[in-house]
Design a protein around this ligand. Sequence first.
Ligand SMILES: Cc1cc2nc3c(=O)[nH]c(=O)nc-3n(C[C@H](O)[C@H](O)[C@H](O)COP(=O)(O)OP(=O)(O)OC[C@H]3O[C@@H](n4cnc5c(N)ncnc54)[C@H](O)[C@@H]3O)c2cc1C
Length: 408
Amino acid sequence: MASTGSIVVIGAGQAGASAAAKLRSLGYGGAIHLVGNEPHLPYQRPPLSKKYLTGEIDLERLLIKPEAFYESSNINLHLDVDVVGIDTNDNSISLADGKTIHWDQLLLATGSRPRALPTGMISHGCPIHVLRNLHDVHSLTPALENANTALIVGGGYIGLETAASARKFDVNVTLVEATERILQRVAAEATSKRFAELHRNNGVDICEGTGLASITSPPDGKCRASFSNGDSLDVDLVLVGIGVVPNTELAEAAGIATQNGISVDNQCRTSNPKIYAAGDCASFNWRGTHLRLESVQNAIDQAEAAAANMMGEITEYDPMPWFWSDQYDVKLQIAGLSQGFNRTTERSGPRQGSGSIWYYRDDSLLAVDAFNDAAAYMTGKRLLEAGINPPFKTIANPDTALKSLLKQ
Ligand SMILES: Cc1cc2nc3c(=O)[nH]c(=O)nc-3n(C[C@H](O)[C@H](O)[C@H](O)COP(=O)(O)OP(=O)(O)OC[C@H]3O[C@@H](n4cnc5c(N)ncnc54)[C@H](O)[C@@H]3O)c2cc1C
């Protein structure tokens, strides 16, 4: 068991903070350095597009741990500073302020960043917003307060949640999605349809199959967006939410293998046995597919598994992914991963508009999307965790009581 020496964590976000806390709770007695390039204590990102953006909760509520926790746990926080290099010969990292920190083991928890629109698509001077960190929210909030119209590019969760929040500012929102439907990458058609309808009922103009061609800035201070179908639109602000790319550059420069993320084995170890990776930046093999997950569940669980392995325990990371999204009065909860499904069945929930979509690959249950239906979500999650595989026709039968499935 490693309980002395020095562990350095690069990235003071969800995964980094979770790993540092877990190391102490497992009894690690050596030095822990948590290094991050944002000026804030580690915080949760999900509310940035939801209740923090709309001003319903304050910064204090975002913090993963209060400041006193890091002091009492003797975790050395180095904030507002970039790690600019990893030296794998003398086991150190170098910081942008000229300092170096020695490590015996290193965890890369560098997260991901918003994917940018191709250069040349946006003319100089157009204020384009993205939503990844507190800095982004602090520039988006006043822009929303002063806007009458907004264009959101991208119909994934960030774009849709921001559209819902923007409606609370009374902004007229148009959302364009280049593929044929919103949420195409992550959900079945039935889920996409539900959310498109929900947004349209709340006044958002959802334009599917509509790619952005360019954004220019006419002299009146607006942004002029032109689309693949020849239409154009003048708006006060543009938010781009077209996915993220993992922050792998530090790892690559240190000679660590990457493949759509920093490649790790099922113990979260990279191609360098003293260096681990977790969270949005890490990719791994899971049940025959190569995955990189972008969720709080993954950031916490993978980081905690990495911490246990750094302590010399053998902990395999074999997640049962779960995720949620809040839009208007709908809570979507997802258990499992629908990737590779070839059929779905829909069940109604206990209240008007609530329900669930069950994803199967042939006769194997893969995932459940539940809309304001916590019981369906919990049942699906527990079935998947326990490896119980109810036949498709059982789930498709509206007379099946979900609870009864757990009694097998
Ligand atoms: C607006 C928004 C809403 C979301 N909503 C949900 C949701 O509803 N449900 C859900 O499950 N997930 C949600 N997510 C995703 C979830 O927040 C992420 O998956 C999670 O934060 C990933 O944690 P992480 O620690 O890997 O990365 P991060 O939390 O991004 O932390 C990485 C940190 O490393 C820092 N860093 C990177 N490079 C360096 C460097 N060289 N030197 C120093 N520091 C560096 C970054 O600046 C960052 O602070 C949301 C994300 C966003 C942005």
